[in-house]
Design a protein around this ligand. Structure first.
Ligand SMILES: [Zn+2]
Ligand SMILES: [Zn+2]
Length: 263
């Protein structure tokens, strides 16, 4: 792995370790391009539960920390300032407005929730059988709308949705998602966290479908602690998927894809 764009920091409340230790781990693994993409703060209404992301008031510190490391490690490793962002149509424009003054180099789309509110169902957990078809459709709708903004470097764990219903329903929705990635030229991430934590993703059923589309694939470790910045065993398993389903793997991505929101 020469580039890894998917790394978190302690600010999201479910990651640990010092940012510097993440960088050192990347260097030890021979990674040359590393992006921090912590769970974005979101300008939600007052009182919304935000326990899985940094608060708006932590963003300044996040930016400064990453930029300081970027300067310090210049010449050893290219460090980039990114964010993992969900597409919530009601709040996304305000988020982009908030981010405007900051030198964010990329966003990756990681849709873990479908809605904002006191009870936000986490889609990587099983949902009620009578609702999961509709929820899966809503998941795909949100991913597509997010990708259509043109703001995203890639789609994180496209197969994160935990679906146990009819295979035909799953396939129809995943085809819709893959067709959109192909049309919009948004690469799909093989998520290594799912591998090293033995989750239900990467889901071979998804990657078999993806293999039939002309889309690009990238590996992301989704590190929530320093040792997960570089996980060679998980990388090897991901490469088996790449080979089995004839996926078009990219090793590095250009970061100038993002719309010129700052001008
Ligand atoms: Zn996370
Ligand atoms: Zn992540």
């Amino acid at each position: 792995m020469i580039a890894n764009y998917h790394n978190h920091t302690w600010r999201c409340n479910h990651a640990s370790g010092e940012e510097r230790a993440y960088v050192e781990r990347a260097i030890a693994g021979g990674i040359r391009v590393m992006g921090f993409s912590d769970h974005t703060p979101y300008p939600f209404p007052e009182g919304t539960d935000i326990h899985t992301r940094m608060g708006m008031d932590q963003f300044e510190d996040y930016v400064n920390t990453v930029l300081t490391l970027k300067r310090e490690y210049q010449g050893q490793i290219d460090i980039h300032l990114g964010l993992e962002v969900e597409y919530f149509p009601d709040y996304y424009p305000a988020l982009q407005e908030f981010l405007k003054p900051y030198p964010v180099e990329y966003q990756i789309l990681g849709q873990h929730y479908l809605d904002v509110g006191p009870v936000m169902p986490y889609i990587a957990r099983p949902s009620p059988p009578e609702r999961e078809g509709a929820l899966l459709e809503q998941y795909v709708d949100l991913c597509i709308a997010g990708m259509e903004t043109g703001d995203f470097l890639y789609l994180c764990h496209p197969d994160v949705f935990c679906f146990s219903g009819e295979q035909a329903v799953y396939e129809a929705q995943m085809r819709r998602l893959c067709a959109a990635m192909e049309r919009l030229h948004v690469p799909a991430e093989i998520n290594l966290l799912g591998i090293y934590q033995h989750r239900h993703y990467p889901n071979p059923a998804f990657w078999e479908i993806a293999g039939a589309y002309d889309l690009h694939v990238i590996l992301g470790t989704d590190a929530h602690k320093p040792e997960h910045v570089w996980v060679p065993e998980a990388e090897a398993k991901a490469m088996e998927l790449v080979q089995r389903y004839h996926l078009h793997l990219l090793h590095q991505l250009p970061l100038h894809h993002r719309k010129e929101a700052n001008t």
